[in-house]
Design a protein around this ligand. Structure first.
Ligand SMILES: *[C@@H]1O[C@H](CO)[C@@H](O)[C@H](O)[C@H]1NC(C)=O
Ligand SMILES: *[C@@H]1O[C@H](CO)[C@@H](O)[C@H](O)[C@H]1NC(C)=O
Ligand SMILES: *[C@@H]1O[C@H](CO)[C@@H](O)[C@H](O)[C@H]1NC(C)=O
Length: 394
């Protein structure tokens, strides 16, 4: 089973221990506490206009919208013509049947701000078959091609060398220490799948680029005249992100040792102009826990299919940390990109306003603010002051 995404659980936990934990973790592990301030995310509820309930309902129904749709008005069929994808690329979504409604909300948003004009296909993947109900209701959200795929068993199971008894003991221990998703077996399969297998799925295999989307995420900027896939292709970018932040140290106790081992074993895979400086304050001795938040990522799949990346994944997988610890695909992708790509092949998509759970990227520049419906104050300051800023400065 694929676990629930961060969305629902973050909203339940996060305002309590989770945010506190992250905050403490950041104090401990990354930059400068004086630069860190915390925005409490407060739900702003609209007051209910109870007086309208007693009046004639027709008097409060607004007139129909004009047919020329604005950027944030969804029109499923208006743009059906002239929306042939310019790049061999797709959205890729790993989700469960029960994520249907969150996914539909995300698709309505993504179609409205971007894809109704661009027509990129969607690939939905699950480790159990999608229901007909799911497929019908997803197909209704877009005129673009939609593909549904099943994840092969061998990509979603324990390697033979993993001692499952030990793995279970470690999960229990992490649960007792309140490590996020510390107890979850399916979360570990998901992270390993995203790290090493998604780009090998038959349905994903044929694309040169994918844009990872999760159920429940939202996009706040008008991207009708922006094609991130085209930007990736024309600028030869290999990895694109919007949010960079620190990982929970307790999920990756031995990840960096293995990264160091990889660097020694495979100096040929390390890029000359890499971004080691972004992820380490001491020239590679220790990890500063910075990573791209990979629930959003736009990637050139040839990077993940390269010998360099596959060697990296194999070494990590053989080390067992996806199961004995709780290595996330975010630090795995990020460290790989930082070491094996040229710094100039990694791109910050400032113009893509993006929110997942508690964390948001909202572009601050005056011209982008005109195209985005988000509050720059919702950019959690420590994101700006730590990992993102560091990345932009190297
Ligand atoms: C932060 O550091 C303090 C003191 O060294 C330690 O007790 C605490 O467990 C650390 N917290 C995290 C989340 O690493
Ligand atoms: C921390 O940030 C403050 C304000 O940006 C700066 O004045 C100070 O020098 C920084 N300290 C360290 C140790 O980087
Ligand atoms: C698996 O781990 C358990 C718990 O540490 C241990 O008792 C057992 O001997 C291990 N099995 C193998 C085959 O190593």
């Amino acid at each position: 089973m694929i676990p629930r995404r961060l969305t629902a659980r973050i909203l339940l936990f996060a305002l309590g221990f989770f945010a506190g934990l992250i905050f403490e973790h950041i104090r401990n592990t990354t930059t400068n506490t004086s630069a860190v301030t915390h925005h409490h995310q407060q739900a702003q509820l609209h007051p209910v206009a109870t007086n309208t309930l007693t009046t004639d309902i027709n008097s409060v129904i607004p007139p129909p919208l004009p047919t020329t749709a604005g950027p944030n008005t969804y029109t499923a069929h208006n743009d059906a013509q002239n929306n042939t994808p310019k790049v061999n690329a797709a959205f890729v979504v790993l989700l469960q049947n029960k994520d249907l409604h969150d996914m539909r909300k995300t698709m309505r948003n993504l179609e409205a701000v971007f894809n109704r004009k661009h027509g990129y296909p969607y690939v939905f993947l699950n480790n159990v078959p999608f229901t007909e109900h799911f497929k019908t209701h997803i197909r209704a959200m877009t005129t673009a091609p939609v593909h549904f795929g099943l994840i092969p068993k061998e990509h979603w199971s324990y390697p033979s060398f993993i001692n499952k008894t030990q793995a279970a003991l470690n999960r229990e221990d992490m649960e007792n220490r309140n490590v996020p998703y510390g107890e979850s077996e399916s979360y570990r399969h998901m992270c390993r799948y995203m790290s090493g297998f998604i780009f090998r799925h038959d349905l994903v295999q044929e694309y040169d680029y994918y844009w990872r989307v999760e159920p429940g995420v939202s996009f706040s900027c008008d991207l009708l005249d922006v094609d991130p896939f085209m930007i990736m292709k024309s600028k030869k970018y290999k990895y694109g992100f919007t949010i960079a932040l620190p990982e929970f140290v307790d999920t990756i106790p031995t990840l960096w040792e293995n990264v160091k081992r990889f660097r020694k074993l495979h100096p040929e895979h390390i890029a000359k102009r890499n971004s080691l400086e972004w992820i380490s304050y001491d020239k590679g001795d220790t990890y500063n826990n910075c990573h791209f938040w990979s629930n959003f990522e736009i990637v050139d799949t040839s990077f993940f299919r390269s010998k360099a990346y596959l060697d990296f994944f194999q070494l990590l997988d053989d080390a067992g940390g996806f199961f004995y610890e709780r290595w996330g695909d975010a630090p795995v992708h990020s460290i790989a990109a930082a070491l094996m790509l040229d710094r100039r092949q990694i791109h910050f998509f400032n113009e893509i306003g993006y929110r997942h759970g508690l964390y948001e990227h909202c572009p601050e520049s005056p011209e982008l603010q005109l195209k985005c419906a988000c509050d720059p104050k919702d950019n959690v300051d420590w994101v700006q002051f730590s990992c993102l800023r560091r990345f932009l400065e190297i």
